[in-house]
Design a protein around this ligand. Structure first.
Ligand code: CDP
Length: 232
């Protein structure tokens, strides 16, 4: 009997390593990977470029909502992985910069933006066979996902990982700046009204503070195999 095709939701805190594990799993099992955070980041970049975000991170919600029909987001599969496209422009590098990180949670609280992006995310997953990571995938986007994971690690561990990643990409930031960003986003993500960051009741929780990447990848493939066996 062939394996059932399922939906996999990986949620968790900022910089918890969920994208890394989601990508590796998707590749291993031949599923499509979607980074829902990249979609919020692309909308944020659009808002910043179009003068809709002030220097103290206040977003012009009405202008951004009105601009929604002009924002097209897609993903291109490239040799070095998936690249986020904003109106056919490759913005993969730009959306990962700290200035976008400093505005993205303020954009992600806007209900109209969430509704539009959640609808796009659900369309990506209509045929299952998808691994999606984010904050509300198991609770709002795919509440019926067969496998739900919620990843966490201490804020200091997460900031250290993200700081190292940014330095490797040539972005000059301090650990303190990154820690402040991680903590601010955690707070905004957890306390917003619309689909806040929350562990779904039926999610499996993983604290990967002391795990290596190989260990977390192996842990995830075990959970996948268990889920497949259960649904056969
Ligand atoms: O920095 P990190 O990789 O952890 O974050 P991300 O996955 O790129 O997401 C960036 C931001 O988008 C988060 O801090 C949330 O504010 C927002 N987001 C969200 O609200 N819902 C999602 N499903 C994914 C991201």
């Amino acid at each position: 009997m062939s394996n059932p095709i399922i939906t996999i939701a990986i949620d968790g805190y900022s910089s918890s390593g969920k994208s890394t594990m989601a990508k590796v799993l998707a590749k291993k099992i031949g599923y499509r990977y979607i980074d829902s955070g990249a979609m919020y980041r692309a909308v944020t970049l659009y808002a910043m470029r179009n003068g809709m975000v002030s220097t103290d991170h206040v977003v012009d919600c009405n202008a951004l909502r009105a601009a929604l029909p002009n924002i097209k987001i897609d993903f291109n599969v490239c040799e070095d992985g998936q690249h986020t496209m904003l109106n056919n422009e490759d913005v993969e590098k730009e959306i990962r910069q700290l200035d976008v990180s400093n505005n993205v949670s303020q954009v992600a609280v806007i209900p109209a933006i969430r509704h539009a992006l959640v609808a796009m995310q659900q369309a990506f997953g209509i045929e299952k066979g998808i691994v999606m990571d984010g904050r509300d995938i198991g609770t709002t986007v795919f509440p019926n996902a067969e496998l739900k994971i919620f990843v966490n690690a201490s804020a200091e561990t997460r900031a250290m990982r993200r700081h190292k990643e940014l330095l490797e990409k040539g972005q000059q930031t301090t650990y303190e700046e990154v820690l402040a960003n991680v903590m601010t986003r955690d707070h905004i993500d957890e306390t917003r009204e619309e689909s806040p960051l929350r562990c779904a009741e039926d999610a499996i929780v993983l604290d990967n503070s002391t795990m290596t990447i190989n260990e977390q990848d192996a842990w995830l493939i075990d959970r996948f195999n268990e889920t497949i066996a259960k649904h056969k």
